[in-house]
Design a protein around this ligand. Structure first.
Ligand code: AMP
Ligand code: GLY
Length: 437
């Protein structure tokens, strides 16, 4: 059997999960991670590549006979790394720069949705703060209580407000004080919607879309969705909020129109598409597209894939996804993020982490590293989100309990985690009393 070398770009929990899943393939020889983290170091070779230097990445690929490059985060995609590597005849998982605008520019994404009939919240775009404020204060504008910076703002460029005053204040921050730099020069105002949020991540080569199990993220830092937004504090899959009726609606209104839109606009899309959805009373609406896997959603969806994920990724890159048999397990998965106390605000780093091996030894538990670093005598914290502990089980309840069993084995100073991941889906408070005890 021919075995291939793989390069994975990124260093978060998502990339550790990608590395872990790809490493299970009998078709994979060496895996290199740039820059990687202490967890990836245990199953792959870390390389200190400057991922912003496309020529350097290209040279590494040539020198190490890399068959496939998987780009984890959005920034290099928006910068055109996939285009550059493809122009050198390399196989890449990740859309080209033009298609990456679906995440890189929220205005581009909304215009794409409007043009191709993908259901989303009504919106207005502005590049003049005075006009934006005038609209926010108008009778019509009173419903438009969501303000979004157009560009990438590390997940912080969205304000969901209760009053037009908050929106006006946000417009001043983004457009006049430029707290997000050029990302806030243009903004969107959107009607505020309500309903459960669902993350549908899928493989696509622009012709075929193969979804992973639908998952749900928990974005706020504290239990009961209190506190500021984070990158994500935990997730589970599959989510019962994605029932058959919603699935059919998404396939028809979102996925089909998305594929038709790519074709009509001539966008080359070979990578992951993440549909951020809200199930409203008026039907499913797309909140956002991401052009990469979610973090921590990846840590629950990849363990639920039965098929060889490397083969599926290779087919994505080669544009022959329709040939792929993509089987999913019938099980459930839940992941709990252990964060540094203080995150998403200021926090201290460098605390030793104990119990990692004991957690990993548990049946149906996998510990994915995010902000971790190896030092001489162990592994220490080195970021806001430190670990994601995934539990698997035949039912969601078993997966949740297993994940928290894993969490209890691990310790580091100032560790913080939510004790209510998947609680809405399980609707069984007794389980969480045990977890809190
Ligand atoms: P986005 O980055 O566009 O997904 O926005 C971040 C978060 O803001 C989403 O996950 C939602 O919780 C919330 N949000 C975004 N748009 C809306 C909307 N139109 N109505 C209500 N909440 C929203
Ligand atoms: N967990 C949300 C995201 O990756 O964007």
């Amino acid at each position: 059997m021919t075995k291939h070398n793989v390069l994975i770009i990124g260093s978060g929990g998502r990339e550790h999960a990608l590395t872990w899943a790809v490493s299970k393939s009998p078709h994979v020889d060496k895996i290199f991670c740039a820059p990687g983290n202490a967890g990836m170091d245990l199953i792959a070779s870390l390389v200190a590549l400057d991922i912003n230097n496309q020529e350097t990445v290209h040279r590494f690929i040539e020198e190490n006979k890399i068959k496939l490059t998987i780009i984890g985060p959005e920034a290099p995609l928006v910068e055109g790394l996939a285009d550059f590597l493809r122009s050198k005849n390399h196989l890449v998982v990740g859309p080209n720069r033009a298609a990456a605008q679906l995440e890189g520019s929220k205005i581009f994404a909304k215009n794409f949705m409007a043009k191709h009939g993908i259901p989303t919240a009504p919106f207005r775009t502005f590049d003049d703060p005075a006009k934006a404020k005038e609209f926010a204060r108008s009778t019509e504008g009173a419903r438009f209580l969501v303000l979004k910076a157009d560009g990438l703002a590390a997940g912080k460029g969205v304000i969901v407000a209760s009053t037009p005053d908050e929106i006006v204040d946000g417009i001043e921050q983004m457009m006049e004080k430029k707290v997000f730099g050029s990302a806030g020069e243009r903004i969107l105002l959107e009607e505020k919607m309500n309903g459960p949020e669902i993350s549908v991540l899928a493989l696509t080569d622009g012709e075929t879309v193969l979804p992973f199990p639908a998952s749900q993220d928990h974005k706020r830092v504290f239990d009961a969705d209190k506190g500021p937004n984070t990158g994500g504090m935990g997730a589970y899959a599959p989510t019962p909020f994605y029932d058959d009726a919603i699935r059919k609606e998404v396939e028809k209104n979102v996925i089909q129109n998305f594929l038709a839109g790519l074709k009509a606009d001539g966008l080359d899309y070979r990578g992951i598409i993440y549909f951020g959805l809200m199930a409203t009373f008026q039907g499913v609406r797309v909140l956002e597209f991401n052009v990469r896997m979610g973090d921590p959603e990846t840590q629950v969806v990849l363990p639920l894939v039965q098929s060889d994920i490397f083969e599926a990724f290779l087919a994505v890159a080669e544009g022959r996804l329709k040939e792929v048999q993509f089987d999913l397990k019938k099980d459930a998965a839940c992941t709990i993020v252990l964060a540094s106390g203080g995150y998403p605000g200021d926090f201290k780093k460098g605390f030793p982490i104990s119990g990692l091996e004991n957690a990993n030894k548990l049946k149906n538990v996998v510990v994915f590293h995010a902000g971790t670093k190896k030092i001489d005598d162990g592994i220490v914290t080195s970021g806001g989100r430190v670990l994601a502990v995934t539990g698997l089980g035949k039912t969601l309840e078993k997966a949740v309990l297993q994940a928290y069993q894993g969490v209890k084995k691990i310790e580091f100073q100032n560790a913080h985690y939510r004790r209510d991941i998947a609680a809405r889906a399980l609707n069984n408070p007794a389980i969480y009393e045990k977890i809190r005890a």
